[in-house]
Ligand binder design. Sequence first.
Ligand SMILES: Cc1cc2nc3c(=O)[nH]c(=O)nc-3n(C[C@H](O)[C@H](O)[C@H](O)COP(=O)(O)O)c2cc1C
Length: 361
Amino acid sequence: MPFNTALTRQLGIRVPVVQGGMQWVGYAELASAVSNAGGLGILTALTQPSPDDLRKEIRRCRTMTKNPFAVNLTLLPALVPPDYHGYAQAIIDEGIRIVETAGNSPGPVIKQLKAANCTILHKCTTIRHAQSAIKLGVDFLSIDGFECAGHVGESDITNFILLSRARQSLAVPFIASGGFADGQGLAAALSLGAEGINMGTRFMCTVEAPIHPKIKDTIVGAQETDTELVLRRWKNTSRLFKNEVAVKAVEVERASTTGKFEEVAPYVSGKRGREVFINGDSNYGVWTAGQVIGLIHDIPTCETLLQRIENEAEETIARTSALMTSSQTHPLVPSEQPSGKVEPHMNNPQAEIWGVGKSKL
Ligand SMILES: Cc1cc2nc3c(=O)[nH]c(=O)nc-3n(C[C@H](O)[C@H](O)[C@H](O)COP(=O)(O)O)c2cc1C
């Protein structure tokens, strides 16, 4: 049965799954494959050296899919900022009508895009930032929990809390981002009030992702504990794959007596991180990955992945709906409960610490 959510309706897609912007990964090969599979593929503007190159990449992507796709524009603090307005103008001129924005002070760029009738999905990690984005007129929020790859923010709130806070307090629809890889996750996100999900790391590990196969194998072999948070000291925390360089970066960050960013800069070089995806050496530089690596066990095509997610979500929703039954037919009506049931916290030393031990019962 097809999905029918605010996201599928407004964006004209079949499956409520978005492929988040990914620096050095979000090229036409991946974006078109995701869109062809029924989700929303996204080109990442800053993978292109100039607005003119972005124009060419948009045209290239259009030759690869007839379905809607979007462009991500990420605004990060930089000594010499990229020409954000130039990139936004290229997006508008090339007829792109869906844009994922992320990062700092997006106001002027969002204003420019909204004036051209673009639908904006703004990605953020706090409810406070989401509220500010709503004032700027965004159409969807993409709520990025602490599990996510890349910029996790500084408040460390995971999606179980963040998504429900979004449901309780946001006046515009939102999608759930960070930690999603399967249809069970999609069903959970829908239950919590989201209109769909956004995935990054899972899409890195697909046939069409234009990165070295050895990096995909590294993701398949990794566990949920294999990520590292770097740059916390400078309030620019990023979740990266835990390789030798990321571990060294954190060591230097913690040991530094000066707190000067220059000390850690050589370890977190974006240039070396980009090389990783080309040369396949997972220890060559730092690269971005989320905790969801622990849930990724294969390298499917985007078509297979999205079909599987659709099926799993449908099965999960049917299975959980079937858990609701009237008390007459419930297998565990009170009279049939096993006797001598012990409360889980009885005789549990931890329960004493929490102050709920036997003596208080
Ligand atoms: C390799 C990589 C690069 C990323 N680069 C960007 C980026 O340039 N801009 C952005 O907004 N998000 C970026 N992200 C974050 C994703 O768009 C998405 O929000 C995140 O991956 C969601 O978490 P997940 O990996 O658990 O699915 C990147 C993620 C990955 C894995």
